[in-house]
Design a protein around this ligand. Structure first.
Ligand code: GAR
Length: 222
């Protein structure tokens, strides 16, 4: 079975969508591990409620004068060691609010994907062309739902992409557009984006699991 490790920092509603699909026999994959950098991430409880291994790997506070880069690198190594112990086929960043360096990504080559609550283009550029031909900015960073509202965008959405060392970049596997409605707040808009994310993440994991199974069968046939 295709095995998935999920890294998250918050509520974990996307994790829940995966767990529900798995329980319904509709995922073709198994969530084997959930890791968080936050002890209060309710995603950890969602994992435990389904008997999925859950780990809290805190980024230590760095006292003044401490070597921040060294503390961070050691934390990333610990995080990678925990994930590697489960040998997952896929590492999903589902609301994981830390940037991972190449040192982490190199441990899981071509296996790390990220959910991003805005529309990202295929070419890594600064704009995205919507299905209706509208050119909008490609929003990157941690506050893109609020930014879509601040910039008065009529449309935003979500993307799932492979993770590369460039933040919120890398080949896009799936995306969905979501209209911004009059009176939207960051919260109402994010909730509607999440509805699309929940659908997309199940589709993407299912399809990656199927590709993996085909590749395995091909190797066995040789
Ligand atoms: C999702 O909307 C995801 O796209 C976003 O965090 C949310 C997690 O929701 N990720 C980022 O902003 C990453 N920079 P959840 O905890 O309810 O699954």
């Amino acid at each position: 079975m295709y095995q998935v490790a999920v890294l998250l920092s918050g509520s974990g509603s996307n994790l829940q969508a995966l767990l529900d699909a798995e329980a319904a026999g509709a995922l073709g994959a198994e969530v084997v591990l959930v890791v968080s950098d936050r002890a209060d991430a309710s995603g950890l409880q969602r994992a435990l409620a389904r008997q999925v291994a859950a780990a809290y790997v805190p980024l230590p506070a760095t006292p003044r004068g401490a070597d921040r880069a060294a503390v961070r690198a050691a934390w990333e190594r610990r995080l990678a060691d925990v994930v590697a112990a489960f040998a997952p086929d896929l590492v999903l960043l589902a609301g994981f609010m830390r940037i991972l360096s190449p040192a982490f990504l190199d441990r899981f080559p071509n296996r790390v994907i990220n959910q991003h609550p805005a529309l990202l283009p295929d070419d890594g550029g600064d704009t995205y062309v919507t299905s209706t031909g509208l050119v909008i900015p490609a929003l990157r960073g941690a506050h893109v739902v609020a930014e879509a509202l601040e910039r008065g965008l009529p449309i935003t959405g979500c993307s799932i992409h492979r993770v590369t060392p460039r933040v919120d970049d890398g080949p896009v596997l799936a995306r969905a557009e979501v209209p911004v409605l009059p009176g939207d707040t960051p919260e109402t808009l994010h909730e509607r984006i999440k509805v699309e994310e929940h659908r997309l993440i199940v589709e993407v994991v299912r399809s990656l699991a199927q590709e993996h199974a085909c590749a395995e069968r091909e190797v066995q046939r040789r």
